[in-house]
Design a protein around this ligand. Structure first.
Ligand code: HPA
Ligand code: ZN
Length: 343
């Protein structure tokens, strides 16, 4: 199966819609930036960092994720991080990215919001100019922190609307339900930001429901546990609210015991607009094409299913309709060429 689908997936046009830019920090870059910025880390080698990446759950990962990003200090660090990600994506058929960043994790340790934004947006502009990859930026609120601090982040975002398309919600889900941020999201929507939120990753189906009803999200990040609730599943299918699933993340954070148990195929069969993404690829052992290949192999997706996932990635994006259609046509053209070559 893998051998058969890998060549199709390799250059299949696709969009990545669930990617934390800080989660692309590779161990090599972490060590290099620690040196450049005089930051001390609890690791000396790439091997030690890899050895530390064994997680028992989301919180376990988040502890290392926040510690790792302490090496990101100057705008050029955020630039180099983002540029390295885009360079990788250019070789994986990725034509459009909608990426998250976590400003509170940086402002909390004295790095200015503008420093973070300058570095990321500079690289995103280069990515479009030099690599032909378009992008949108989504600012996440850290849900383990108080509402008041989310309002402060929103205030910063309001000064940079030209660079920030949407708002999201990430970090520790258990005990931090979407409705904790109902008022922040109402304010963000009033300011014109498109709302998305992580829900149903470790939290229950109910958190997906309140993300829809209270936060009025346009897209659900992960959403795995929505599948536990038939009425909610039917609603997501009816309303075609996209889910941005991340198979290798779910495996590495022990949301599932085996990739064979991943709900992506069940979600597709239930008529959901589901997409496949990488979440924090440096930490979870694979970028977007690794996620497509591994999950296709594990749950037995057909070539047609893989093509549907790539089309879904554009349909679920925040691109204008005409751009979505142009990308979807390119997916079809690629799939036809591939089928021709395979004959
Ligand atoms: N879940 C929640 N918060 C996150 C994640 C995730 O997978 N990655 C970075 N922040
Ligand atoms: Zn995520």
């Amino acid at each position: 199966m893998t051998e058969r689908l890998e060549p199709l997936i390799e250059h299949l046009p696709k969009a990545e819609l669930h990617l934390h830019i800080e989660g692309t920090l590779e161990p090599e870059m972490m060590l290099a930036l620690a040196k450049r910025n005089n930051v001390s880390l609890p690791y000396d080698t790439v091997e030690e960092i890899h050895a530390a990446y064994r997680f028992e759950g989301l919180q376990d990962f988040l502890d290392l994720y926040y510690a790792g990003m302490s090496v990101l200090v100057e705008a050029r660090d955020f630039h180099d991080l983002t540029r390295a990600y885009l360079d990788k994506m250019a070789g994986q058929g990725v034509r459009h990215v909608e990426i998250f960043f976590d400003p509170q994790a940086h402002t909390d340790r004295g790095v200015a919001f503008e420093t973070v934004l300058e570095g990321i947006t500079g690289a995103l502009e280069e990515g479009e100019r030099e690599l032909g990859i378009t992008s949108k930026l989504i600012m996440c609120f850290l849900r383990h922190l108080p509402e008041e601090q989310a309002f402060e982040a929103l205030e910063c975002a309001c000064r940079h609307k030209e660079h920030i398309h949407g708002v999201g919600l990430d970090s520790g889900e258990a005990g931090n339900p979407p409705e904790k941020f109902s008022r922040v999201y109402a304010a963000a929507r009033d300011e014109g930001f498109v709302p998305v939120a992580h829900a149903g990753e470790e939290g229950p189906a109910e958190y997906v429901r309140t993300a829809l009803d209270d936060l009025k999200v346009a897209r659900v990040d992960h959403g795995n546990h929505a599948l536990d609730d038939p009425a909610l599943t039917a609603r997501l299918a009816r309303e075609q609210t996209p889910l941005t699933m991340c198979p290798l993340s779910n495996l590495r954070l022990k949301g599932i015991d085996r990739l064979e148990d991943h709900p992506v195929k069940r979600a597709m069969e239930a008529g959901l607009l589901v997409t496949v993404n990488s979440d924090d690829p440096s930490y979870f052992g694979g970028y977007i094409n690794d996620n497509y290949t591994a999950v296709a192999d594990a749950v037995g997706l057909s070539a047609g299913d893989v093509v549907t996932l790539a089309k879904n990635s554009f349909a679920a994006s925040f691109l204008p309709d005409a751009d979505k259609q142009a990308h979807i046509d390119a997916v079809d053209a690629h799939a036809e060429r591939f089928a021709g070559d395979a004959d």
